[in-house]
Design a protein around this ligand. Structure first.
Ligand code: MMA
Ligand code: CA
Length: 235
């Protein structure tokens, strides 16, 4: 079975060997997706070595287990390639200062959870809007029609929480209160929701976006949307 598996996946193996993990002077466009390149590289190489040892020493791994491992590695490899993580020397991320915060504007679109993770990996968080001034700054910087907010009601429907755990309703008393304006929104709506939002359309909308029009909507968290990370400039 070793030989069969090897030849079946020969293309993948040889492709992997060809990948150049040696740092060069080539500079890639800054992208938050490149952050964990070192970790990814070593994880992948370690897994690959283990797998090669299994094959070489003809250990008693079952065909099925082996094939599972190989196809998982294969998937990881294509994911890496798709995200262009094979960048030898990523440029440092570019943060823009405004008020007491720094902001990073993503050049990729991600699911909400992934965007949240990527911000965290860069010692920051998905944007939390504390004022109209802050929202205006973000909006005039974005090139997309919308970006993720660090705001979701995944845990409890209609209980909107920022990624720092604070409740929208408490944290944002100072924000515009759209009382009675929304069509379905005659309830106490805090924040800058678009008219009629958040409406949890189709029962599947738990993550909030900020539109270029300076208002918010809830949409499904598994949409691919650009995002903005924020971190404090005060320390
Ligand atoms: C409509 C409206 C929103 C919802 C989106 C989903 C265009 O707006 O129902 O509340 O989030 O559709 O695409
Ligand atoms: Ca909605």
């Amino acid at each position: 079975m070793d030989m069969i598996l090897l030849s079946q996946h020969a293309a993948m193996f040889s492709e992997f060997r060809k990948m150049n993990f040696t740092p060069t002077t080539e500079i890639c466009e800054p992208s938050i997706a490149l952050l964990n390149i070192e970790e990814l590289k070593s994880t992948f190489i370690a897994k690959f070595r283990t797998l090669e040892n299994y094959i070489d020493q003809k250990y008693e791994a079952s065909d099925r287990k082996m094939e599972g491992e190989i196809s998982r590695l294969d998937e990881e490899l294509s994911a890496m390639k798709n995200r262009q993580v094979v960048c030898p020397t990523p440029k440092p991320l570019q943060w823009e200062k405004s008020g007491d915060s720094y902001y990073y504007f993503s050049n990729t679109a991600e699911h909400w959870e992934e965007a949240k993770k990527l911000c965290a990996a860069a010692n920051s968080y998905l944007i939390i809007i504390n004022s109209r001034t802050e929202q205006d700054f973000v909006v005039q910087k974005i090139k997309q029609s919308s970006v993720w907010l660090g705001l979701s009601d995944t845990e409890v429907e209609r209980t909107w929480r920022w990624v720092d755990g604070s409740l929208l309703q408490e944290h944002n008393r100072a924000l515009y209160e759209d009382k009675g304006k929304g069509e379905k929104g005659a309830r106490d709506i805090v924040g800058y929701w678009r008219r009629g939002e958040p409406n949890n359309a189709g029962n599947v909308e738990n993550c909030a976006v900020l539109y270029k029009e300076k208002n918010w909507n809830d949409i499904p968290c598994d949409k691919n949307v650009h995002f903005v990370c924020e971190k404090s400039a005060l320390n």
